[in-house]
Design a protein around this ligand. Structure first.
Ligand code: IMP
Ligand code: MG
Length: 185
């Protein structure tokens, strides 16, 4: 297995920066949902897992968590088509509940757009999106995002839940891939 140092171009967001920003987001969400009686955080597997577990510890309002896994078809491993298939659905009904969708990154916006359509059809009381990273310049589909950790440039990133061909999700920071070095290995 290759050491990530071989193809890490730079650390884009350090562990310290992540902690600080996630603290901010947790406080903001706790304030916005202080009167909510049935908040549920819906995490999109697998990239959002690390963000979810850190974020939920910063949220002081009682809440449930749920997971959803989606596969997008017909795309390479650096792009999504937006046509999704649910490979794991929620275990509870979100009807009349306050939902926050927790995502790792929004790129074209296609995945999120499809997930939102799907969940809105189940008539939650409210639904908002909280993403750690936003590659704003890449947006092809308009999606309403209420909480954003960091707006990042158009570069492929990995670590802190985000994978590089399924690996390196465990790294505690968000790093940029040096594609040339990565491909050469
Ligand atoms: P979208 O449908 O184009 O917005 O793609 C969103 C999904 O693509 C994310 O949930 C990630 O799984 C993946 N993705 C997009 N950009 C990156 C990246 O830079 N690193 C790792 N995964 C990414
Ligand atoms: Mg993802």
């Amino acid at each position: 297995m290759r050491d990530y140092h071989e193809f890490l171009a730079e650390i884009l967001i350090s562990e310290k920066q992540l902690n600080r920003r996630i603290g901010d987001l947790g406080r903001q969400i706790s304030k916005d949902y202080q009167d909510s009686t049935n908040l549920v955080l819906v995490c999109i597997l697998r990239g959002g897992v690390m963000f979810l577990t850190d974020l939920m510890r910063q949220i002081t309002v009682p809440h449930a968590i749920e997971f959803m896994a989606v596969e997008s078809y017909g795309a390479g491993n650096r792009e999504s088509s937006g046509q999704i298939r649910i490979s794991h659905d929620l275990n509870t009904d979100i009807f009349d509940r306050d939902v926050i969708l927790v995502e790792d990154i929004i790129d074209s916006g296609r995945t999120l757009n499809s997930v939102l359509e799907l969940l809105c059809a189940r008539k939650p009381k409210s639904i908002e999106v909280c993403t750690l990273l936003d590659k704003f310049d890449r947006r092809e589909v308009e999606v309403p995002v209420k909480y954003v950790g960091f707006i990042i440039p158009n570069e492929f990133v990995f670590g802190y839940g985000l994978d590089l061909d399924d690996l390196y999700r465990n790294l505690p920071f968000v790093g940029v891939v040096d594609e040339e070095k990565y491909r050469a290995g």
